[in-house]
Design a protein around this ligand. Structure first.
Ligand code: ADP
Length: 292
């Protein structure tokens, strides 16, 4: 038996009731709650335009929401002290990488900002990811620039690493292996990692936790294997299903009305509760299609 203790660790990131709209736009984040615990590797899934970039920018304090609270390492994100700031690594979707610099110059420049900097790791990754140290950055391929931006974010050994579509400019082949390698770089340090993607296949064997962003909220977050074990699709009359869910303690995630009085409901069962035989198993593709 494993004992379960309540989590007392300070979350790496905690968002509560966060709402954000752009001027003359619809609300992108709508009362969103989200917690990232130390050491979690989370894939943030959502369709194009769902608000992934907006959410990550808000989490980092780069955008101020109209409502709600954002804390990093237990501090208000808008008032982070320097020590907390130095614990964050961020790889934006498109980085402005000082194109006239060489990678060596760029990294030397950033090194001056951080009390901690792992030169051996930087050198190792430049070689491994095949990035010329002394070629102007504008002459590197999109994929190489993205890798350089990732090396820059890893060099100061952040405790929270945020990557916005980090493999967007890489070939479909090899994207997942690259992500796997990226996560391996930080796994032993217990770094909290969150990266966004709209491509489900990027996440296999990479993210242990999936978070689905839909309609301005995190619709669901759980370890991948738990999701596959605990989420089922149920079909039946509205009253039948309500009774069944109450009995099982199931949490409905998505309802689709069928003909009058009947519906199909995607629901999550509590851990350890076995699914009724007539409930349908769902795969990751179904979850993605239905929850995002
Ligand atoms: P995702 O990263 O999931 O593709 P975004 O966060 O980029 O989603 O965008 C979410 C929504 O907000 C989209 O409808 C987009 O058009 C809108 N949006 C994003 N940035 C801005 C901005 N600076 N001003 C106005 N609307 C924006």
């Amino acid at each position: 038996m494993t004992a379960h203790f309540p989590h007392t660790e300070t979350p790496s990131a905690a968002l509560a009731g966060v709402s954000l709209s752009y001027p003359r736009g619809d609300a992108v984040l709508r009362g969103l709650d989200w917690t990232l615990l130390p050491g979690q590797v989370v894939g943030l899934l959502g369709r194009n335009g769902a608000g992934k970039t907006t959410l990550l920018e808000t989490l980092l304090g780069l955008r101020q929401p109209q409502a709600g609270q954002v804390q990093l390492f237990g501090q208000d994100v808008m008032q982070l002290d320097d020590a907390a700031r130095a614990r964050i690594g961020y790889v934006p979707q498109s980085s402005d990488l000082f194109e006239a610099f060489t990678p060596a110059q760029l990294l030397a420049y950033f090194r001056s900002f951080y009390p901690r900097w792992n030169e051996a790791k930087v050198e190792g990754l430049l070689s491994r990811w095949d990035i010329a140290r002394d070629k102007p950055i504008r002459k590197l391929s999109g994929g190489q620039q993205q890798r350089l931006s990732i090396i820059r974010a890893l060099a100061h050994e952040p405790d929270l690493l945020v990557l916005d579509e980090p493999v967007a400019s890489l070939d479909p082949v090899g994207r997942r292996d690259f992500l796997r390698e990226l996560v391996d770089q930080v796994l032993d340090r217990g770094t909290t990692v969150v990266f966004s993607t709209h491509i489900l296949s990027d996440l296999e064997r990479v993210a242990f936790n999936l978070a689905f962003l839909s309609e301005g909220r995190i619709a669901l977050q759980a370890p991948l294997d738990e999701l596959l074990e605990q989420v089922r699709a149920f079909t039946g009359s509205v009253t039948e299903l309500a009774g069944l869910f109450a009995r099982l303690g199931a949490q409905p995630l998505k309802r689709t009305p069928l003909e009058a009085g009947r519906e199909r409901v995607l629901a999550r069962l509590p851990a350890g509760v076995s699914a009724p035989l007539d409930a349908q198993a769902v795969n990751l593709e179904d979850l993605f299609a239905e929850l995002t």
